[in-house]
Ligand binder design. Structure first.
Ligand SMILES: [Zn+2]
Ligand SMILES: [Zn+2]
Length: 345
């Protein structure tokens, strides 16, 4: 099978032919239908991801596909099922797994596309407990990106920002995650201010339902937000860029008792904020790491019911993985790009 392999951090992904994996006990083999390409893959390839310390690696954690082989003792009924993958192989028993916060599992047995081979391949081996079936009406391209580009902002908005009907929130970064964050916040009854540096992303943000779309480098961004919110500020800010200094902006946009949720991170620029504003406004700050299994399931349903529509910006052949990553890094991709094994190969 074809797979795209990282052999050294910072080096390009290179195509390799490998044997199709064999399922062990409790495992299934997927024929990959599509795999999303994410900023986190860039971190993996650059050696900037804490879960990936060794190469070679096959990246790709946003996986959808068809079950084509099952391991010993697994019901043959799984064969032919269309599924998406919950990328963390969690223990199911620790304090956080039992609380439905599986993305914080303290006894992780592996992560697809990080410490386990990922979806930048034609086939992939997955623990059967990590696959979730999807409806026939959801394409693999859309399904693949729901696993992260929908599920991550869903968790951030539902469980961390706790967005309520009638609130106005700001989404900073209208990229792969942001375009879905807008849809999700609207679903929760909020009004949404989308902020981005790129005109095309702002146009897309409006298409996704953003009530206002503002340029991040606008001279008087704060004034514009104050005007929208009658001088109050927003109830919550979702920070999806990891850009240096954006946390100070987020803090200024928030009203009293506002919630700041950090979804993106930046390992070279530490988070710095004005503690006086934090204290006097009683600002709440959260990190949000992916999603729990129940939230994952809820996202699958919302996409099945077309309440959230995953926005696939571009579709490319698997062997183009490296050039897609380079364009993602250059900020040239609108929405989420996905890789598909068959296209043009
Ligand atoms: Zn991702
Ligand atoms: Zn656990």
């Amino acid at each position: 099978m074809l797979c795209m392999v990282l052999e050294a951090f910072g080096a390009p992904l290179i195509p390799q032919e490998r044997e199709i994996p064999k399922p062990g006990e409790g495992e299934v083999i997927l024929k990959v239908g599509a795999c999303g390409v994410c900023q986190t893959d860039l971190k993996v390839c650059q050696g900037n991801h804490p879960a990936v310390r060794d190469v070679p690696v096959i990246p790709g954690h946003e996986v959808a596909g068809e079950i084509v082989e099952v391991g010993k003792n697994i019901d043959k009924g799984y064969l032919g099922k269309r599924v998406v993958v919950y990328a963390y192989n969690v223990c199911g028993e620790c304090e956080f797994c039992r609380a439905g916060r599986e993305s914080l599992c303290t006894n992780l047995k592996g992560q697809v596309g990080f410490s386990m081979p990922g979806g930048f391949a034609e086939y992939i081996k997955i623990p059967v407990k990590s696959v979730f079936t999807i409806d026939d009406n959801v394409t693999y391209e859309k399904a693949s990106i729901l696993t992260d580009a929908v599920a991550t902002p869903y968790h951030a908005i539902k469980s961390k920002a706790r967005v309520k009907e009638g609130e106005t929130i700001a989404v900073i970064g209208a990229g792969g995650l942001g375009l879905h964050a807008i849809q999700i916040a609207k679903l929760f009854g909020a009004k949404v201010i989308a902020i981005d540096l790129r005109d095309q992303s702002l146009n897309l943000a409006e298409d996704m339902g953003a009530d206002w779309a503002l340029k991040g480098d606008e001279d008087d961004l704060l004034g514009a937000v104050n005007e929208i919110t009658s001088g109050q500020g927003v109830s919550a800010v979702l920070e999806l860029t990891g850009n240096p200094g954006v946390e100070s902006l987020a803090l200024e946009l928030l009203k009293v008792a506002g919630r700041m949720v950090l979804v993106a991170y930046n390992i070279t620029h530490p988070f710095r904020v004005n503690s006086q504003i934090m204290v006097s406004k009683e600002i709440e700050v959260y990190g949000a790491r992916w999603c729990g299994r129940n939230e994952f399931r809820e996202c699958i349903e919302l996409v099945s019911d077309a309440k959230i529509v995953p926005y696939v910006g571009e579709v490319h052949a698997l062997k183009e993985a490296d050039s897609v990553l380079k364009r993602l890094q250059a900020g040239e991709i609108l929405g989420r790009a996905v890789l598909v094994p068959e296209k043009g190969s």
